[in-house]
Design a protein around this ligand. Sequence first.
Ligand code: NDP
Length: 340
Amino acid sequence: MNDRVHLTLEEVHEIAADALRAKGYSTRHARAIADTVTAAERDECASHGLFRIPFYVKALQEAGVSPDAEPVFRDLAPAVIRADAHFGFAPLTLQLGADPLERRARELGIAALAIVNAYNVAALWPEVERLAERGLVAFAFTAALQYVAPAGGTRPVYGTNPMAFAWPRAGRPPLVFDQASSASARGEIQIHLRDGRPLPEGWAIGPDGEPTTDPATALAGAQLPFGGHKGAAIALMVELLAGALVGDVFSFEAHAKDAGRVGAPCGGEFMIAIDPARCTGDGDRGAQLAHAETLFAKVLEQDGTRLPSDRRYRARERTPTEGVTIPGSLHDTLRGYIDG
Ligand code: NDP
């Protein structure tokens, strides 16, 4: 077995889609999931790349995931569209939801997409970046599973609850940030466990409530919010937006359904899209975008700074020609799905 296997991005997409189809996903779901996995590998976000395919497969075998659910969209209000993913994974709903959300945001200035019954183990930057590439400002929020202790507590209540934000830029890719409200994404802890590396301090506590750098103890205990009570407040907000607001579950309720077997939460996602041209009296988008650039330039004039998403965009310059490498064991697992 090779330690690392080299793949082009086309091969990444092909092995992901073939593995998902071989395990029972419809072509539409397999393609949509393979798109997000390939985007993650392209941007060197390994914890949301091919590493995730076994989660998607296990979720189909052990959780109540639909392999072929077609999302259903319904207007709840002029500016609010509901998307019922019908227990499929989120990427297909997010791809299909982008057009109606964009249309409403342009008509009304601001619009929301309230997604329910979606399984989600992906990063959120693809959905906000997609809208910002079309000139919109975008937010996305999703709750997850009960992994994170509230500030001052020792037992998990919140999910790792990411939120993402994207801002369109003239002549360059959007500015995007996408961050968990925990000190780290859970996938990072799983990757540390796989690679036998200790965690950085401050990521987690063990079942005894004591700080730990051991990945297995951390996974059995609780993750910590980033920045103490401030990250915990964001986790709380995300629970409310992606749970109570859209009419879906909180992380602790999703955990009861998943029973910790698969780690694929089923629940809601809330997205907001804003047409920047409708937010100033004169609708001068050029001035808005140029003004934003002065802020970015001010940040970047200091050594040691960078903008969120710049790391991904730098990776994106390399990987389409250089390809990526993945662990040989992961490659064997994916080939095993395909070859039966
Ligand atoms: P990181 O802490 O790695 O990064 C968070 C953000 O900060 C990124 O936008 C990153 O940009 C930016 N950033 C990092 N370092 C700097 C810096 N020095 N200067 C400026 N910006 C910086 O992400 P997390 O570990 O919090 O989350 C990882 C992923 O996990 C997210 O994509 C999230 O959506 C996903 N996730 C998904 C969940 C789900 O249930 N679906 C649950 C929890 C997390 P860049 O990308 O350029 O490095």
